[in-house]
Each structure stands twice: as C-alpha cells, then as structure tokens.
Write a new protein. Structure first.
Length: 261
C-alpha cells in the first residue's frame, strides 16, 4: 500500500514514525507528504524517508500513491476530498467533522460509487459504534448522546479555575463551534442517528488531566452506557492519542480477510 499523507502535525508524525520507521504496516509505506509548513515538511521527509510535495494537487495526481490520509483539518477535507476520490484513490479521513454537512456527505458517496473509491472513517477516541450500527440497521435506535469532559487548555475560552459547561446541543452545532475538539460526536452521529439527532455536552474541568467521553444510547436492543478515558497526544492537548491509534488501526485492517464488527 503506497500512502500519501496530508498533514505534518502530531497525528501525521505519529503515522510516519509508526509506518515508515517502526514497520507497523508491513505491506505499506508513506511515500508522499504535504504540509502547509514547508520547512517542517522538508525536515519530516528527510527524517522519515518520504517525498515532500509542494502542493496537495501534485500529491493527489501522483501515480505512486494508492491511498491518501487526511490528518490536517476540516477545510482540507471540504476542499480536496472530492478530487482525491474522483482520482480513484481511497481516502482515510481524520477530520470527520467535515461530514456533518449532509449534502457534502452524499456528494462524496456518489463520487465513491462512480469512481469505485472508498472513504475510511477511524473511530477516533470513542467506542460502541458497532452497537449503534447494529441497532440502526433495523431502524430501532431511539437516542444517542455524548458528554465530553476535557481540561481547560484543550477548549478555547474555557475558565481555568472552575468547571463549566461550554456547550450543550446537537453534534451539528458542536462541530461548527468546536471544529478541533469534537470530531468524536460526528463519527458517533454517522454510526447512529445523524448530526441533528445526536446530543452533545462539552464540559471544561480543571480537575481532569485526560479527555473523557460518556456515550449513552437506547433502543430496542436495550441501553448502552460507555465511558472512555484517554490520554491526549503528548504535545497537543486538543488531540487524543487514541485518535491517532485509530487511524493506524484502519490501515492495518483495511485489507484483512477477516473483519471483526
């Protein structure tokens, strides 16, 4: 698998180290990289034995690349996902918040059908998606919500001396206000009832050092209550370490002959 990577931040560096240096994807390598910070991109390309592309379009058009990983931001997905998929390349989307736009989501689905390309959405920092998909398959999923609790430094404008509810509403509203912090609500909504029917509460809590997510759902299957507590990336409190691991997991299981869940 020849991989192109968009983004040279914490997740991108983790993937470069894990795949190109540690050999955790035996049949794959990141052969191309693009980052807005070209000085950093050149250094990463040298360090991790990959090619630095000066623009995203050149990476997309490269015949040397089979699959593209987006590890940048929502705007990159909105601007380039369609082009990547039309080229016949598969796409792993890290910034799943871009798919809260239903029209955009349907547009990408249509492109995938026509170009025979695929979109892979990592589970990110949460679990329980298999249960939601199972209940949704017969239309008997009744409610889904998530309560996210983070340290203040991970949430813009949060007070540092007291707990405060920063947001309460739908997943669609949450991703518009906190595009870098609540991707988990969108992947949850895509597995379940959609961004307009998935409840979200975001709490800033100076007493916590880790990000936590409490997922609750109900339907004909019974009830789900699942709490996930995970460490942030060492150098970025806004990004969950589990989110980076889930991207790697998608790649490792992409071509597996036996798939669980």
């Amino acid at each position: 698998m020849r991989i192109g990577l968009i983004g040279g931040g914490n997740i991108g560096k983790f993937l470069l180290q894990s795949i190109n240096m540690n050999g955790l994807l035996p049949d794959g390598k990141i052969v191309g990289l693009y980052s807005r910070n070209q000085q950093s991109a050149e250094q990463l390309a040298r360090e991790f034995d990959t090619e630095n592309y000066l623009d995203i379009q050149s990476l997309i058009e490269s015949a040397a690349i089979d699959l593209v990983i987006e590890a940048a931001n929502i705007q990159v997905v909105k601007d380039y996902a369609a082009t990547i998929l039309k080229s016949g390349k598969d796409l792993v989307v890290s910034s799943v918040g871009a798919l809260a736009d239903g029209d955009f989501y349907q547009q990408l689905e249509k492109i995938c059908q026509e170009a025979r390309s695929k979109i892979y959405l990592p589970a990110g920092a949460i679990g329980g998606l298999d249960i939601l998909k199972a209940a949704k398959s017969i239309g008997e999923l009744e409610s889904v919500s998530i309560i996210t609790r983070k340290p203040p430094q991970a949430l813009p404008g949060a007070p540092v001396d007291r707990e405060q509810v920063m947001f309460e509403g739908t997943a669609k509203e949450a991703i518009e206000l906190f595009p870098k912090n609540i991707n988990v609500s969108i992947i949850l909504s895509l597995a379940g009832l959609g961004p307009y029917k998935t409840g979200v509460k975001i709490i800033s809590d100076p007493a916590v050092r880790k990000n936590s997510h409490l997922i609750e759902a109900a339907g004909s299957f019974g009830a789900l209550s699942l709490q996930v507590e995970n460490d942030p990336m060492p150098n970025n409190p806004k990004t969950s370490y589990l989110a980076a691991l889930s991207v790697l997991s998608v790649l490792k299981n992409k071509d597996a002959v036996v798939k669980v869940g």
